[in-house]
Design a protein around this ligand. Sequence first.
Ligand SMILES: Nc1ncnc2c1ncn2[C@@H]1O[C@H](COP(=O)(O)OP(=O)(O)OP(=O)(O)O)[C@@H](O)[C@H]1O
Ligand SMILES: [Mg+2]
Length: 500
Amino acid sequence: MSKAQVGDTSKADVSGMSKAQVGDTSKAHVSGTSKSQVGDTSKADVNGMSKARILVVDDEENLCEFMRIMLSKEGYQVETVQSARDALSQLENNPVDLVFTDLMMPDMGGLEFIRQLRESRPDTECIVMTAYASVDSAIEALKLGAADYITKPFNLDEVKHTVRQLLSHREVVAENKRLHKQLADHSSLDRFIGNSDTVVQLKELVARIAATDSTVLIRGESGTGKDLIARALHAMSSRASGPFLSVNCAALPDTLLESELFGHVKGSFTGAVRDKEGLLQAADGGTFFLDEIGEASPAIQVKLLKALEERIITPVGSTQPTHVDVRLIAATNVDLEGMVKESRFRPDLYYRLNVIPISLPPLRERRDDIPMLVDHFRKQIAKRSGAAIKQINQEAMQLLLAYTWPGNVRELEHMLERAVLFAKSNRVCASDFPEKLRNNAPVPVTFDECASTPTMETIEKAYIAWVLHQTGGQKARAASRLGIDSSTLYRKIDRYGLKR
Ligand SMILES: Nc1ncnc2c1ncn2[C@@H]1O[C@H](COP(=O)(O)OP(=O)(O)OP(=O)(O)O)[C@@H](O)[C@H]1O
Ligand SMILES: [Mg+2]
């Protein structure tokens, strides 16, 4: 047999060959190449990487053996099976980098095999082996997701080249993914500005939690960066290449929220003109962020509990439950424990959500970070507007350091943006900030409502008003400082007209 015919393994030929012949011819070919050349072409040797794994699927045993010998000589780890079904079951537990498959096989055709392979092992590359006569099916295979095809009789150099190219491309893609992830890791937590001890510890905690798949409950007042942290948790997790989807439970009426979360089937309510996939299902393989979970109604709470317990969701109007693989992160700026005590939030759901709690400190409790945040925002504002970076004069910085920031970082960002915009020179000064910053004294506890000795009620009213101011209007926090429960505080706020 001539060298060019070595790969002539079209079925008729192979079946006409003895096993020994196939092995021999391949050996003859390889020995025709100098040893150093063989070494050079071996992927494992060249790149110092672990051996790439290849599975050959063909009902012709001789062809399998030929491929095994030829590819092993190239430094790959090769296995062979004689049917597509065996290949699929073997791949379940033993993933490979690349599969060679024949198209015409008795138990399951190559096209169906490729379809199932794409589904179960989307990361596995596939090369089709075909006779000239069936190039049409080979093209069909490419449409199904095969990476390439080789025609019988094989040209050995071409086969080796195809494999090498495909595997190195695969490495490049994987490496890119790794780099991308590293970059995302780095930048996602870096976006959370601050170097106070609290923030340094918080970042360490977030990095550790990101690596787990546990449900996380992020607490913190409005504007403390819950959203940023939720995104960082996703970006730093093994699910980073999957979707990150979120829904704000306070932003949608109940029925809409339910259909957004769980999806619906056509005709399940007026306006449901077609089936719609829910966001939880769309987040399959990724992370789902349930923002303002404290606002979820009892009905939504029940459905969420089921989704969390069993990772099963049922679209509105459907009886067909679907399994979803999502990591859940919830966030709240209300006191969920208080709500549980007052039977406004399901305790079972609360415990399911509160697997790993993260508390974001209010800005007034980490004032050390204010200069760094100011620096970050003034640069960012300049970049957005294309203007020069403005300085903040000392007096203005003093105001920023002293203010209570009930709206936390968000309030700081907005206030700086306005001040930078309004500043007449390239230095932002105290007068560029709103009145409330300059009149920053806490609400004075005045007793002028009664001329002589104040009553207990007057004192209580003034004291509650003062604590509410200190906590930036955060009722849960105020209630805990006052040593009363939230419902009592709400009653008192009503009674004393302290709504504002
Ligand atoms: N530590 C931080 N560093 C930089 N920017 C921050 C930080 N914390 C918050 N921000 C910014 O402040 C704004 C509000 O943050 P975010 O939306 O994450 O807050 P939140 O806690 O989710 O608030 P809410 O409860 O109102 O939804 C965003 O523009 C965010 O980029
Ligand atoms: Mg938010």
